[in-house]
Design a protein around this ligand. Sequence first.
Ligand code: SAM
Length: 280
Amino acid sequence: MVIHLLKKQLRNILEQNDPDTAVFEANQLLQWATGLDRSALMLETEIDDTAAEKAVNAARRRVKGEPLQYIVGEWEFFRLPFKVGEGVLIPRPETETLVELALERLPENGVLVDLCSGSGCIPIAAAKNSNVLCYGVEISEAATAYFKENISLNGVQNTVFPMQGDVLEPTEELFSALPEKCDIITANPPYLTAEEMENLQREVRHEPDTALFGGRDGLDFYRVIFGKWKKLLKSGGSFIVEIGEEQSQDVQAFMEREGFSCEIFKDLNGAKRVAVGKLL
Ligand SMILES: C[S@@+](CC[C@H](N)C(=O)[O-])C[C@H]1O[C@@H](n2cnc3c(N)ncnc32)[C@H](O)[C@@H]1O
C-alpha cells in the first residue's frame, strides 16, 4: 500500500480519538507495524499489505480506548525501553522526577530498595545511571513478569533483583531476602482516591486497579510503609515517594510521625509530586 495513503487513513481513524495526537500516534503505529524507525520510514513509499492491515487494526483498537502503549507493547522511561501490557502500569514521565531525586542522593556502591515496582522502571533506571544495587518488591504476578522481562531487556541482571511480596504486610522471609540496610527506599505506590477511581480517563481504566487504588482517601500505603520499612534504612538514608498533588501535607505528617524530616518537590508541570523523607 502507498504509504502516504495509509498515513491518511490512520490519521482519519485516530482523529476520532484525539485530533491533537493523531499524527504522532499514526507514526508510532506505523513504526510498530513495519518494524522501521522514523528515518527509515521516511525513505519508503510503499509498505506491504500485512503491515498496513496490522496498523489499521491497531488504530481501531486505539479508538476504542486501548492505551497506545499497550498496543505497541513498549514505552520509554528515562530514555530506556520498557515492555508494557495488560496487568502492569505504564511508566509515567512524572516518575522521572523521583528517579532524579534518588540518583542525586545515592552514594557510590549504594543500595536502593524500591517498593511497588510494577514494570521495574524505577530500580532499572537507577541501576542504569549509577553503580548501585537495586531490589524491587511487587505484589502482582503479571507485573513481576514484566519487571523480569525489563531487567533482561536493559541488561541489568547483575544489579537489579526482583522480589514478589506485599509491602503492606512484609514477611520476615521477604526482609531476609533483602540486604540488612540500604541507602534509599523509593516507592510509587497506588495513590488514587475512591472518587478519582470513579472518574478515570478511558485509557487509564485499562490499567490494573491494584496499581492505582490507594484506599478511600488514597493514603493507605503512606500510612503504613514508612513505619514498616524504615528499619531497612541506614541512619541519614532517604525514603522517596511519589504522591498525588493534594497529598503532600498528609504524607509529610506521616513521615514526621515516623522520625523523618520531609521535603516536597514539584514535577516538570509544577505539581507537588515527590516527598523526600530523611531519617533523622
Ligand atoms: C502506581 S504503580 C507503580 C509502578 C511503578 N513503580 C511505576 O512507577 O510505574 C503501583 C504498583 O504497586 C503494586 N502494588 C499494589 N499493592 C501492592 C502491595 N501491597 N505490595 C506490593 N506491591 C503492590 C501494583 O501492582 C503496581 O505495580
